[in-house]
Design a protein around this ligand. Structure first.
Ligand SMILES: *[C@@H]1O[C@H](CO)[C@@H](O)[C@H](O)[C@H]1NC(C)=O
Ligand SMILES: *[C@@H]1O[C@H](CO)[C@@H](O)[C@H](O)[C@H]1NC(C)=O
Ligand SMILES: *[C@@H]1O[C@H](CO)[C@@H](O)[C@H](O)[C@H]1NC(C)=O
Ligand SMILES: *[C@@H]1O[C@H](CO)[C@@H](O)[C@H](O)[C@H]1NC(C)=O
Length: 508
């Protein structure tokens, strides 16, 4: 068990960059920690009829939160557009709002997109149907169910304020403020399951200086009444809780890889693996569950993705991510193609840093001239996606993105000076992780990668199934603006929403 002091910048947003860029300072955790997410999956695979990821929620909605659905699997089973030459329509993001999350898509393919203070609904063909606007900042993925969409704000005010809006009209059905809990500057997700709404939150406890979240609050989803709260001694980054059993229990992993499962009914602890939390925070990764729980976490100078038995918390397997790649994102879990293997698909890589403030003419030269960037000693960041066999953790394939020789993410560099001058509530940078969570498309046999370096969305298909991703097995759409979260999809529809827009809608 390793335990070093961690150098973790406590300034807003910057801790993620530190994790990636200074890997050696990112901390250690215990290998015997955590839960049984993967194990459960292994069990399912053995069953004659393995159940695919739960990709449509009980309302028929197609994309309901960060990670796609209540399991966080980000796996889908429908065909989506493959041709990215011409979007059906775009929303220009004319106010330069920061778009931290994937859009949500309902059963009629209406699109809901959240900015820092606003939530908009668009029809499938691009008509804005309503706009909800208030004046507190938020950075949490909304979620929706049963005709209601939930939008959480209040960041920096030490409280959680939740608006429950009619999906049809945008009218406020209830507004609930929970005092005593704030939340970190990262990118959490609300979870709706079993008639309860779960809010990732940060108590006033000692760990609150590290950012992230350490608590979960449960509300009655129809009234907003507070049901219970649970505070851990861990830090969850980009806290996206999930449920493996349709809302009976809630599962999550800490930044140091500790797996926790609690009862959704009363918030009582069910299973918790051990981890050296004194060492943390460790990485920006977390866990996905549902059909397969597991944790992605950093381990000192090493770096692991692990799978756990969800019942006992025993480790099922551990896969070491080789440097310079790091496990800094939640994994996706799904069948790679129809009849194909169940896979854990993980975005591994480094997180770009903060932009340098430059005069406009220097910035133009910096952006267009790689030699000049070299002269300025810009770092070079790596990024890859790995598909691992969910039963064993062994690698099926790896795709490496071209290295990124810039100080910061695309879009953050271009807008930094302007946004800083404005002092906007939108913040001056997005500072995304290394990539969005990959989308596993079982129907089309593809994996969709969204780069938080160069802003490319890349569709990967190992067409000849030789375990090597050849150049002719990828197609890219270049947005020029980094993604924090990846595309949302519905049958025949793909919505890509990089940090600073525009939002692109492709239709078949
Ligand atoms: C997880 O642990 C439980 C309890 O020991 C066991 O019954 C179950 O088979 C394990 N799951 C898998 C997939 O091994
Ligand atoms: C939420 O409140 C309603 C109305 O009081 C009640 O019928 C329902 O059982 C509550 N749900 C939960 C999960 O507590
Ligand atoms: C793709 O490239 C590989 C290796 O270069 C080649 O073997 C294969 O035939 C190509 N496939 C197609 C469909 O062109
Ligand atoms: C991004 O996508 C564009 C368009 O396909 C491609 O030309 C470019 O090489 C890609 N960039 C990287 C870094 O892969």
């Amino acid at each position: 068990m390793l335990a070093h002091a961690l150098v973790w910048a406590s300034s807003v947003l910057s801790c993620r960059a530190d994790c990636a860029a200074k890997g050696e300072e990112c901390l250690a955790t215990a290998l015997d920690s955590a839960a049984s997410w993967v194990q459960r999956k292994v069990g399912k695979m053995d069953a004659p009829k393995a159940k695919p990821a739960q990709d449509i929620d009980q309302n028929g909605y197609f994309y309901t939160k960060r990670g796609g659905d209540a399991t966080g699997s980000n796996a889908i089973t429908w065909s989506i557009p493959q041709d990215f030459l011409k979007p059906a329509w775009t929303w220009s993001n004319e106010l330069d709002e920061q778009i931290r999350h994937s859009a949500l898509i309902d059963d009629k393919k209406n699109i809901y997109i959240a900015g820092t203070t606003r939530l908009r609904k668009f029809s499938p063909d691009g008509k804005m149907l309503w706009l909800f606007e208030q004046d507190e900042a938020g950075n949490t993925s909304p979620t929706m169910g049963k005709g209601v969409i939930y939008f959480r704000v209040g960041y920096g005010k030490g409280h959680n304020r939740v608006y429950a809006l009619s999906m049809e009209t945008g009218e406020v059905l209830f507004k609930k403020t929970v005092a005593g809990f704030g939340y970190g500057p990262d990118s959490q997700s609300l979870l709706l399951a079993g008639g309860r709404l779960f809010l990732p939150a940060l108590s006033g406890a000692p760990r609150s200086d590290t950012g992230g979240c350490d608590s979960l609050i449960a509300l009655n989803a129809s009234t907003g009444d507070e049901l219970w709260s649970y505070t851990t001694d861990e830090v969850m980054w980009n806290f996206s809780p999930s449920t493996p059993d349709d809302g009976k229990s809630i599962t999550f992993s800490s930044t140091c890889g500790a797996f926790t499962r609690i009862s959704a009914i009363d918030g009582k602890l069910m299973v918790k693996s051990t981890a050296d939390v004194s060492a943390g925070p460790c990485s920006t990764g977390g866990g996905s569950t549902g059909t397969l729980p597991w944790g992605a976490f950093s381990f000192d100078t090493q770096n692991y993705i692990s799978a756990y038995n969800i019942t006992t918390g025993e480790i099922a397997w551990t896969h070491r991510v080789e440097p310079p790649y790091r496990s800094c994102q939640y994994p996706a879990v799904g069948y790679l193609y129809e009849g194909g293997p169940l896979a854990v698909v993980a975005a591994v890589g480094q997180i770009a840093g903060k932009p340098k403030l430059m005069a406009d003419d220097e910035l133009q030269r910096y952006l267009s001239d790689a030699d000049y960037r070299r002269h300025l000693n810009t770092p070079v960041y790596s990024n890859a996606v790995i598909a691992l066999d969910a039963a064993t953790g062994s690698k099926i394939w790896q795709w490496n993105e071209a290295d990124w020789d810039h100080f910061a993410a695309a879009g953050d560099e271009e807008g930094f000076a302007r946004r800083r001058l404005l002092g906007s509530i939108e913040n001056d940078i997005c500072l995304p992780d290394n990539q969005g969570i990959p989308v596993v498309n079982t129907k089309d046999g593809t994996v969709i990668v969204s780069s938080s370096h160069n802003g490319n969305m890349t569709v990967i298909r190992d067409a000849n199934k030789n375990g090597i991703i050849e150049d002719n097995e990828t197609t890219a759409f270049a947005t020029g603006v980094a993604f924090l979260n990846g595309p949302a999809t519905a049958p025949g529809m793909l919505v890509a929403s990089p940090c600073w827009g525009p939002m692109y809608v492709f239709r078949q």
